[in-house]
Design a protein around this ligand. Structure first.
Ligand SMILES: Nc1ncnc2c1ncn2[C@@H]1O[C@H](COP(=O)(O)O)[C@@H](OP(=O)(O)O)[C@H]1O
Ligand SMILES: [Mg+2]
Length: 260
């Protein structure tokens, strides 16, 4: 009988796959530049190359495990599986296609009810964070606290938080990049509302939890994964000291359409 992999070994596999996919994406973009491939075509190329590479590695390195990926057809089999890899092969596709470095590869592992491991690669910054080795930020929270927000689709709710709590806003692409910025102490919070899917947050949330950060829906309930419908439209990831204040401000906020 083979023993089940530990959370640490799953995190190491996730980190290795995320790092390798990052290399594939950097090479694909460099080649696309030489070939004059831009815009939508470059987005599609990146998504497809990273998806194909990751699917091949998972088939070889995690045979028999189920997969939920942004770029693959979903299958109900994952709902009965003990272990599911939740993948966003290229998070921040827009930023990738614009030649920026705020995009990421997300590889998470869910087992029997919850996330057990995750890795986020940010290839443009030569960075890989994983849940087994991450060390959370321990410095003081900035005054005023800084909040990462979507640079292309900032929800109305975050403007309300900014105005009410006097936060400094830091726009950047990719949920993984924003959560990594909280983990590394470059910002103190990330709030999103109005739309997202499990693959956008699973891996970075696994890393954030391992780093001791607060993670929840904007109503304060837990983020749960591998549900039948992977739509998971909002989240708060922040230094634990800020969670009560941010959640109370959201609870008292008027409805903007992007918060329930
Ligand atoms: N309102 C919305 N509806 C659906 N997905 C959204 C969304 N806002 C952000 N996302 C997704 O969340 C990820 C991070 O977004 P942002 O960079 O704006 O913060 C992106 O993933 P992808 O790049 O994998 O598509 C983006 O598509
Ligand atoms: Mg994404």
């Amino acid at each position: 009988m083979t023993s089940s992999p530990t959370a640490d070994s799953l995190a190491a596999t996730a980190a290795s796959i995320a790092r390798r996919a990052g290399r594939v994406l950097l090479e694909a973009r460099a080649q696309a530049e030489r070939d004059g491939v831009t815009g939508r075509d470059l987005k599609d190329l990146g998504d497809a190359r990273a998806q194909a590479a990751i699917a091949g590695w998972l088939a070889a390195e995690a045979p028999g495990d189920a997969v939920l990926s942004e770029e693959a057809k979903d299958s109900p089999e994952r709902l009965a599986a003990d272990r599911v890899w939740i993948i966003d092969p290229l998070d921040g596709t827009r930023e990738y296609s614009e030649g920026r470095d705020d995009w990421a590869v997300h590889v998470a592992v869910w087992e029997r009810g919850d996330l057990v491991a995750g890795a986020v690669a940010i290839p443009g910054k030569d960075l890989v964070l994983d849940s087994a080795t991450v060390v959370g930020a321990s410095g003081a929270i900035a005054d005023p606290p800084r909040m990462a927000v979507s640079r292309s689709r900032p929800p109305a709710l975050v403007e309300h938080l900014r105005a009410t709590l006097g936060l400094e806003v830091a726009p950047m692409g990719s949920a993984g990049v924003k959560i990594a910025a909280v983990v590394r102490g470059q910002v103190d919070a990330y709030v999103h509302a109005g739309g997202q899917y499990e693959w956008d947050s699973a891996a970075p949330v696994a890393v954030a939890r391992a780093a001791g950060l607060h993670t929840s829906r904007i109503d304060g309930t837990p983020l749960t994964y591998n549900r039948p419908d992977p739509y998971l439209p909002d989240l708060v990831v922040c230094r634990p000291e800020l969670a009560a204040q941010i959640l109370a401000t959201i609870a008292e906020a008027p409805s903007f359409g992007d918060n329930p």
